[in-house]
Design a protein around this ligand. Structure first.
Ligand code: CA
Length: 231
């Protein structure tokens, strides 16, 4: 995971922006600053920050309006408001606009850095897509080499998982044994081809709870995964 992030700070108190910026740069991040709401929007589109730290009381347009406009295009960039305003209404309004966190001035730099880190971390996890394939009644998660059916987990070996992944990527199309062998075994010797056939048999067995799933032999080529939905 790349820990270096781009952070946009929108704050008209230049000294404060600098102090916060320095602290975040020390954490290894790249910091961009803007001094008013309109500049903030410009910087957002120019730099595509990973997080926005915004004051509420800003010249031109305030932090709320700025975030409202950015949220029209981007629902996911984390936003942390900094503000001296601390009435509950303001906080609620901020969250309704899509703010993710809120820090009251004066704040400790350590707390702010920790909150930024937490927001970035949550966002990274959200963005990290878990790759999976739906095969009939099964869900297959190649990363964890697992088949899921009716809440039951079936663990696959590394090779089984790698083979099934390739079959899923090419669903309904034949895939060359040679390609699977080179990718998974590193060579396509006769011995390995026999071994591949054994793995295919094991996979058929592991997928047999849904009879509509078939791994077919394709003569002279290899194998093909099909799902007979209208059987
Ligand atoms: Ca201000």
């Amino acid at each position: 995971m790349d820990n270096k992030k781009r952070i946009l700070i929108v704050e008209d108190e230049v000294t404060l922006a600098m102090i916060v910026g320095d602290a975040l740069e020390e954490e290894g991040h790249q910091v961009i600053t803007a001094e008013n709401g309109l500049q903030g929007i410009d910087c957002y589109y120019k730099h595509h920050p990973d997080i926005i730290i915004a004051d509420i009381m800003l010249p031109e347009i305030d932090g709320f309006e700025m975030v409202r406009r950015i949220r029209k295009d981007d629902k996911s960039v984390p936003v942390l408001f900094l503000s001296a305003r601390s009435s509950t209404d303001d906080i609620v309004f901020g969250f309704e606009l899509g703010a993710n966190d809120y820090v009251r001035k004066p704040f400790s730099l350590r707390e702010l850095v920790a909150r930024v880190k937490a927001l970035l971390c949550t966002n990274d996890q959200k963005n990290k897509k878990t790759e999976f394939y739906e095969i009939g009644l099964y869900t297959f998660y190649p990363d964890i080499q697992t088949l899921l059916i009716a809440g039951e987990k079936e663990k696959l070996s590394f090779k089984e998982s790698e083979i099934l992944k390739r079959l899923c990527e090419n669903e309904n199309h034949p895939i060359y044994s040679k390609d699977i062998l080179l990718a998974v075994w590193g060579d396509d010797s006769f011995y390995n081809a026999r071994s591949l056939h054994v793995f295919i048999t094991k996979l058929r067995h592991k997928l047999e709870q849904d009879m509509r799933i078939k791994i077919l032999n394709v003569r002279g080529i290899g194998y093909k995964l099909i799902y007979e939905a209208f059987m």
